[in-house]
Each structure stands twice: as structure tokens, then as C-alpha cells.
Design a protein around this ligand. Structure first.
Ligand code: PLP
Length: 401
């Protein structure tokens, strides 16, 4: 007997659940890549990508994952030997900085730890101290998927403006685009990057760099950019192949087209944000109750600093791994590992898990995960407070519709 037979649910923070409609849109023969439907479809997707990013500026599309656009974004605005300031609040901030360093960029990291957001006063002071204007760009992750902190990108813009520093503001919205509120133009973000496999509900393999006029100007002073990474032609192609510097990712594009239709034209981006906010609050309500009697604790204590796309949880060794294993074997749910919280060789690594709640997620999926976690805690005899599911259903029932 096995209680996990049935539809499996991948509740990790990316890749996320793909809608059947997205999968079906991809199930077709190879299209013509020179003229016709595909060519028109891609031109029509640019306004929808802009709508999701809340920008009227440019977008370059890459056949890449998030790491690819980390490199693409930097390659267009920073010369080798120049300096960037990385604001790290978890594994992904550090990862972007490590990639910059490997590209020969001079990287300075301000590390705010794994349980906190940026100290904006400290950032402002650091920028003021850079009187010579050596820092070319500030690299900030909106939601660090490892810690599930949500950083205040609008506040960062204000701190940068207050310092009078001309550095570019570059935001990694891989985990948050299409989940947490993000306003590229209103918040004054110069460069934003994201992938297709999280909030955009499409299989991994495409990623985006959005950039404004200030960033386009910065591109002009970069001496060497490979024609593959160069965003100039991708964002303003004279020929179709220039969008992708070669063959288009044909089937991914059909999938993304469908996902953008769902997000922009059917549900609406603001409703998508609102849905993520309510589902996140239901998850937090359950976690709070479990934590009242036992080892479970959300990594980010302040709800105002928590992502609506992913929640990182601490629960002591080895309970995190035990619970994850129990869930996949007995409930048909895969939870995320505790990325970057401890060294994988350290026993402490087994004391974490993450719940992905990004993209194609609804109330019954969230209740399925929460009910399964509660079942696992019971089966494994892990102490936990009562009333968690009651609290989660209250949040959902009281949500304004
Ligand atoms: C997922 C993620 C990345 C990396 O994306 P890959 O597609 O795995 O390369 C980068 N930054 C953040 C915040 C992410 O969540």
C-alpha cells in the first residue's frame, strides 16, 4: 500500500508547477523559424513581458537559466576590473557576486546574514563613502530563495538616491517576478533579471534581462561584450534570429505565450500578486501554530520581510530531511531542501526545508501541502502545536474575493 500514488506535487521554489495549458501549448510540430506565426507571436509577447515587469523599457531574452542572465546582465554594464556592490541576504546574493568575481569584476559584498534584510542606512553610508564613484552597480536580490527574505527594492532606490551615487540598481527577480509585487519603472530599477521557470510557470530554459535607458547608456562604455551576451540586438532585432542570437527556443516560446496569457490577460498581474499574498499568509499561519509547541520556526520572523513565493523553515536536525523524505514517500509532495543554510556535509544541513508557493498554485494545493506536513509531523512524532490547519483555512476563508 502506498499513499503517494496519484498526482505528485513539486512544492519546491523552482522549477514550479507547470499548468497543463502550458504543456499542451508546447506539444506541437516544429514551427517555421523564419516567417509566420512564431515570428509574430514573439513580437506580441514583448508587451506582456513588460506588463509583468511593470516597465516600458527594453527586454532581452536569452536561452538560459538564471545563472545565464546573472552573467548576461553584468556583461553588458560592467568592465573587467570595475567594482560592484553586492547586498547579500542569502545564497543567491552571494552566488551572483561569485559569478561577477569570476568575470574579473571587483566585488564588494555587504553581508546582512541569513535572517535579515538590507540595512539601507548602511548601504547609503557606503555609497556616500565612494566619493570617486567607483561602484558601477549595486546588485540586489528581491527575494533570496534560500532564506525567503523579501528585500525592499523601492527603499534601496531611495537610499541610493539619497546618497547621490550614480551606480546602476540591478535587481534579481528570479524567484519573485509574477509572485511578489514588483514595479520596475515606478521603483527606478535600472536592470532586472528573471527566468521563466518560477513565477512564469514555464519549463526552465529561458531568461530575461530588462533594462532602462540609463543601463543602455552604461552598455556603451563597456569595451568587450560577446555578441552572444550583448543585449542590444536582442532587445531591438532587425531580423527574427537576432532576438535569440540564433535559433529561437521554439517550444518554450509557445509555453511562455500561454503562461503570459494566463497571467496578463486572464487573471491579471495584480490578482496574481494578491493570490500569492493570501496563499503565503495561509502557509505562515500554519507554520506559526506548529511552531508554538515544537522545533518549527520560520526563517524570517517579520511577516513584512517574507516572500510570497517561498517560505524557508528551520526545524532542527535531522527533522527537516526526515520530513521531506516522509512527504515524498508517503504524501506525493516534494518539499525544497534548505539551500545555503548549512554546509551539506554538516549534520545541521538536515534541519531545514522550504515550501515553494510560486506560480500555478491555488488554495487546494496549499492545503494539500499543509495537511501533508501535519500528517508527516504526526507520523514522525515531531512535536508541533495544534490548530495549524484551522488557522490556514481561516486565512483562506476570510480572504476578500
Ligand atoms: C532560482 C534563482 C536563481 C538561479 O536560477 P537558475 O535558473 O537556477 O540558474 C537566481 N536567483 C534567484 C533569486 C533564484 O531564485
Amino acid at each position: 500500500m502506498n499513499l503517494s500514488s496519484g498526482r505528485h506535487y513539486l512544492a519546491i521554489p523552482g522549477p514550479s508547477v507547470m499548468p497543463e495549458r502550458v504543456l499542451q501549448a508546447m506539444h506541437r510540430p516544429a514551427p517555421n523559424i523564419y516567417t509566420g506565426e512564431l515570428v509574430e507571436m514573439v513580437a506580441g509577447m514583448i508587451p506582456d513581458l513588460q506588463a509583468v515587469a511593470r516597465t516600458r523599457h527594453k527586454v532581452a531574452i536569452y536561452i538560459a537559466n538564471g545563472h545565464g542572465v546573472w552573467e548576461a546582465a553584468l556583461a553588458n554594464v560592467v568592465n573587467r576590473g570595475e567594482k560592484v556592490l553586492v547586498l547579500a541576504t542569502g545564497r543567491f546574493g552571494h552566488g551572483w557576486g561569485e559569478m561577477a568575481r569570476a568575470m574579473g569584476i571587483d566585488v564588494e559584498v555587504m553581508d546582512f546574514g541569513k535572517r535579515a534584510t538590507f540595512d539601507l542606512d548602511a548601504v547609503e553610508a557606503r555609497l556616500r563613502a565612494d566619493a570617486a564613484g567607483e561602484i558601477r552597480a549595486v546588485l540586489a536580490v528581491q527575494v533570496d530563495t534560500s532564506t525567503s527574505v523579501r528585500n525592499d527594492i523601492a527603499g534601496l532606490r531611495k537610499a541610493m538616491d539619497a546618497s547621490g551615487h550614480p551606480a546602476l540598481l540591478m535587481a534579481d527577480c528570479m524567484a519573485s517576478l509574477g509572485c511578489d509585487v514588483f514595479e520596475m519603472d515606478a521603483w527606478g530599477v535600472d536592470v532586472m533579471l528573471a527566468g521563466c521557470q518560477k513565477g512564469l510557470m514555464t519549463p526552465p530554459g529561458m531568461a530575461f534581462v530588462f533594462f532602462n535607458e540609463k543601463a543602455a547608456q552604461a552598455r556603451k562604455r563597456v569595451e568587450i561584450v560577446s555578441s552572444y551576451w550583448d543585449w542590444t540586438q536582442r532587445a531591438d532585432p532587425a531580423e527574427f534570429y537576432q532576438y535569440f542570437c540564433g535559433t529561437a527556443p521554439t517550444h518554450h516560446l509557445y509555453g511562455l505565450r500561454e503562461a503570459l496569457t494566463m497571467i496578463v490577460h486572464e487573471e491579471g498581474i495584480e490578482n496574481v500578486w494578491a493570490r500569492h499574498a493570501v496563499l503565503a499568509r495561509a502557509i505562515w499561519a500554519a507554520l506559526e501554530h506548529w511552531g508554538q509547541d515544537g522545533p518549527i520556526e520560520m526563517n524570517i520572523a517579520d511577516p513584512a520581510l517574507r516572500s510570497h513565493a517561498v517560505t524557508a523553515v528551520r526545524m532542527g536536525t535531522p527533522s527537516g530531511t526526515d520530513l521531506r523524505n516522509w512527504m515524498s514517500r508517503n504524501a506525493g509532495v516534494t518539499l525544497g531542501i534548505g539551500l545555503g543554510m548549512a554546509d551539506p556535509k554538516d549534520p545541521a544541513w538536515h534541519g531545514f526545508f522550504r515550501i515553494g508557493h510560486m506560480g500555478h498554485v491555488n488554495s487546494h494545493m496549499v492545503l494539500g501541502v499543509l495537511g501533508s506536513i501535519e500528517t508527516g509531523l504526526r507520523a514522525l512524532d515531531i512535536p508541533h502545536g495544534k490548530g495549524a490547519l484551522d488557522a490556514a483555512t481561516r486565512v483562506l476563508a476570510e480572504a476578500p474575493i
